[in-house]
Design a protein. Structure first.
Length: 297
């Protein structure tokens, strides 16, 4: 097959209603290629348009679709920590704005953050608001000292709320997102593998697993086991405690000495040493109770 160098007879375009909106007669072809163009109106007919090329007895028809242009949709996502410690100096989070096909959104980012308290009616403290430029993703670091009530005892049971609004450059389209993180006194959680009953005259064995709030074992931490025994009358007979150091799995094993027949129950209190050097919330080392349980005979 060789490209033709002669003139094409006719080329025309019909809109979806069959109306001929343009026609060219004997357009010149160079190396078998003819380049033509049609400027659509501001409100063209939507649907299938037809291009027809006629050359002698030959005719070729192709279609193209004209449809309403829809601005690419984008979404905003906030990545925030699962929890925020009351004493930490900074809080870091990130905001990402991307189109549905993955490309980054360029525009203006407005973020705000503050504390909310779980009371009868949810009360929010003053919020900090920051306006910055964004190109896809943006990392944000908040100075905790600027957040009202952060570091105070009132933060127990509260949440930190992160809000982000992204305004797309050029269109002004806005999308937003919200994320919350719990505010904690310390990062520890406990699992007590226990037997809820004891037998007089026999030792009682227990195991404790100390973990960080995200499930990682808390190794080399000081765990204090406090035991108090009671007669049936409720009169306490003995109380005492021992310190243990958690192993690489965050675990300790402890033993309660055999109890005499007149002991009806004993109470176990599991404490962990919060070191001031960790910077969680206190200027002094402090034992914090994580779990209490009563063991019956």
């Amino acid at each position: 097959m060789l490209p033709i160098s002669t003139l094409i007879d006719r080329v025309w375009i019909d809109d979806p209603t069959g109306v001929r909106v343009a026609m060219w007669t004997t357009p010149e072809a160079e190396q078998g290629i003819t380049e033509l163009s049609l400027q659509l109106s501001d409100e063209p007919s939507l649907g299938n348009w037809t291009i027809t090329v006629e050359n002698g007895q030959e005719k070729e028809i192709k279609q193209f679709i004209v449809k309403e242009y829809v601005l690419p949709k984008f979404s905003v996502e906030i990545t925030a920590p699962a929890y925020v410690l009351r004493g930490q100096e900074t809080v870091k989070f990130a905001v990402c704005a991307k189109y549905s096909y993955g490309n980054p959104v360029i525009g203006k980012l407005v973020t705000s953050f503050g504390l909310k308290f779980n009371q009868i009616t949810l009360r929010q403290t003053e919020v900090l608001t920051v306006t910055e430029k964004i190109n896809g993703c943006h990392d944000i670091e908040v100075d905790s000292a600027k957040i009202k009530y952060m570091g105070k005892t009132q933060t127990w049971g509260s949440r930190m709320q992160f809000d982000a609004e992204v305004e797309e450059e050029g269109t002004g389209t806005k999308m937003n997102a919200t994320k919350t993180s719990h505010v904690r006194r310390h990062p520890f959680e406990i699992a007590f593998d226990d037997n809820p009953y004891f037998k007089p005259g026999l030792s009682y064995y227990g195991k404790v697993a100390l973990m960080m709030a995200l499930g990682r074992p808390a190794a080399n931490e000081t765990i204090n086991i406090f035991v108090q025994t009671f007669r049936k009358s409720g009169v306490p007979v003995y109380s005492g405690s021992n310190n243990y150091t958690s192993d690489n799995n965050g675990q300790i094993k402890f033993t309660v000495a055999p109890q005499p027949n007149d002991i009806e129950r004993f109470r176990i209190k599991i404490n962990v040493l919060i070191r001031a050097s960790a910077g969680y919330y206190s200027n002094n080392d402090e034992m914090v109770t994580l779990h209490q349980q009563v063991i019956y005979r």
